[in-house]
Design a binder for this molecule. Structure first.
Ligand code: GAL
Length: 338
């Protein structure tokens, strides 16, 4: 009897020990970063720093804007026993197929869409900014300066759902002025890959025809970069209004020089930290606080966190925003000038 009891006690202790061990198992987080524009490296650094600090093992793959490479890299990450996969997709649509396949193969896997939603798939969380608001801030700033005239709209990549949301916001501001007859949209295009050269081509072709232009609602700083090159070649860079987004160093430099009107500075540190915190909770099977916001991705209502933290940056407030925050160095924007 005594031996049986001893055996039971030893068995239960081993189970408890094993349970203890499994609770303490390393959390492994995979990050698949699709886009490669300037800001995303900051996102990645901030997120990995936070996850490292929280004690996770972090595996990172960067696809340099190539959706095929991203698909292969995600397959690789899945082989490493990850608990949570954070994806910033190159293509919001095709990435959904990859996520569904991953979920079928690894039913316990949790997937978080970082800043860009992933469509038509079983997604666990979406963390981003209020992208409609970003579009509104861009068009709002330009139309307050020029409430009449000829406008071009340069959207983002047609493969990124954010481009549609930005356009909704831009049109919220532009449409009443178009209806009134004050603003005419003379050019309305999405720019493949959010790429500067593609934006340059579009604006350059338009201006080469000798047509007039008063403002360009450019959806990002990378697009503004290409557009401003075309404007500069036509001696229009200080007369045509130009928006942007991301507070890239080159964009803020152009703003300081009067060659770009504004950019939208989003606090990506909150985005990166919130995502890391949510990933850690999910990895430990702990409840994620309810944000009472969902986003329909075509397959399901995805719990979402849409951060409102953003500000219009213009010539008058560069120092007290991006520079005061330490987001950019004063020299990157103003060079050696005081
Ligand atoms: C979008 C994002 C923008 C910009 C763009 C290009 O998804 O909302 O902030 O970074 O990608 O990289």
């Amino acid at each position: 009897m005594k031996t049986t009891l001893r055996k039971i006690i030893i068995f239960s202790m081993s189970v408890m020990l094993l349970a203890g061990c499994s609770q303490k198992k390393d959390v492994v987080i995979g990050i698949s970063l699709g886009p490669n524009q300037e800001r995303w490296q900051k996102d990645l650094d901030l997120m990995t720093e936070r996850l490292d600090y929280a004690g996770a093992k972090v595996l990172v793959k960067e696809a340099q804007n190539d959706e095929t490479v991203q698909a292969e890299q995600i397959e690789d990450l899945l082989k490493s026993n990850i608990d949570v996969l954070i994806i910033a997709p190159v293509n919001s649509e095709t990435c959904g197929v990859i996520v569904n396949e991953a979920k079928q193969q690894y039913p316990d896997l949790k997937v978080i869409a970082y800043d860009r939603i992933i469509k038509n798939c079983d997604l666990d969380f979406y963390v981003s900014f209020d992208n409609i608001k970003v579009g509104e801030l861009q068009a709002d700033y330009l139309t307050r300066i020029k409430p009449t005239g000829k406008y071009a709209i340069l959207g983002g990549s047609p493969n990124d759902n954010n481009s549609q949301l930005l356009k909704l916001g831009q049109m919220n501001i532009l449409q009443p002025l178009i209806t009134k007859g004050d603003i005419t949209v003379v050019l309305d295009k999405f720019v493949a890959d959010w790429n500067a050269d593609n934006a340059y081509e579009i604006i350059n072709n338009y201006l080469n025809q000798g047509k007039e232009l008063n403002a360009i609602v450019a959806s990002s700083d990378e697009i503004a970069n290409g557009a401003s090159r075309a404007l500069e070649e036509h001696n229009l860079c200080k007369t045509v209004l130009l928006s942007g987004q991301d507070a890239q160093a080159d964009a803020c430099k152009r703003i300081a020089e009067g060659k770009q009107t504004m950019t939208v500075y989003k606090y990506i540190e909150s985005l990166a930290n919130s995502t890391a915190n949510i990933a850690m909770l999910m990895a430990k099977d702990e409840p994620v606080p309810n944000s009472y916001v969902t986003m329909n991705n075509g397959a399901t209502m995805v719990p979402a966190l849409l951060l409102p933290s953003m500000i219009q940056v213009h010539k008058g407030n560069i120092r007290m925003t991006v520079i005061a925050d330490g987001y950019l160095d004063r020299k990157e924007v103003f060079g050696d000038e005081e």
